[in-house]
Write a new protein. Structure first.
Ligand code: ADP
Length: 201
């Protein structure tokens, strides 16, 4: 039985998943597959920023976030996510890809969710080693137009992940919300592990 049908039949509460993982760990690829399988919305904050950059006349502000290693301000990200979550398609469930990326974002997100009587069903950590990530991102730079995938930016973004985003995992781990998935497996195996994890949650 497809996962979406199972979830409907068993009238389980909406799936609300947060993906945390370094750049290149497969959050985008797996996020799209999970969203389609479970019929939930895939919210990628990186994609939101790239859309704003493309729509903006004066693209300097957004370019600095999407073309380098600088994180966008917490307030901006929280506003973007809150606005997106208020749209009707998120009622059936959502998967966050790229948010929260800092401890402040995680705390503000909790405030938002509590206010709306919602909670995260599970945080999935996509675990990937730095060497594998660098290889993947260099490959990605060839096939996708991602100016942030230069070797210098990759090293810097991995550092930003370690320093700014890893604390988000400790925060959720304290609440027993985190499941680790080996993101260095092939795409189908990672997806199979994620599906099992969501079905159990
Ligand atoms: N929640 C966020 N907070 C701050 N900056 C963000 C956030 N999400 C995305 N960004 C910015 O957008 C860039 C691209 O994000 P993304 O597509 O998720 O890349 P990746 O998954 O490769 O790290 C990030 O390097 C960061 O500068």
């Amino acid at each position: 039985m497809p996962a979406a049908a199972f979830l409907r039949l068993s009238s389980v509460k909406p799936v609300r998943i947060v993906f945390v993982g370094p750049p290149g760990s497969g959050k985008g690829t797996q996020g799209a597959r999970v969203a389609s399988e479970f019929r939930i919305s895939h919210l990628s904050t990186g994609e939101m920023l790239r859309q704003l950059r493309d729509q903006s006349d004066d693209d300097c502000k957004f370019s600095s976030y999407t073309e380098g290693s600088i994180l966008a301000p917490d307030d901006l990200m929280i506003e973007l996510v809150a606005e997106r979550l208020s749209l009707p398609d998120c009622q059936a469930g959502w998967l966050m890809d790229g948010f929260p990326r800092t401890l402040s974002q995680a705390q503000a997100f909790d405030g938002y969710l509590n206010h709306h009587g919602d909670q995260i069903t599970r945080v999935i950590e996509l675990v990937a080693d730095a060497d594998g990530i660098v290889k993947r991102l260099i490959e990605r730079a060839k096939s996708e137009n991602r100016p942030d995938d230069t070797p210098k930016n990759i090293v810097e973004r991995l550092k930003v992940y370690r320093v700014r985003t890893k604390p988000v995992l400790s925060y959720y781990r304290d609440r027993d919300l985190v499941t680790q998935i080996d993101a260095m497996q092939d795409i189908d195996s990672v997806f199979a592990d994620i599906k099992k994890c969501i079905a159990r949650s």
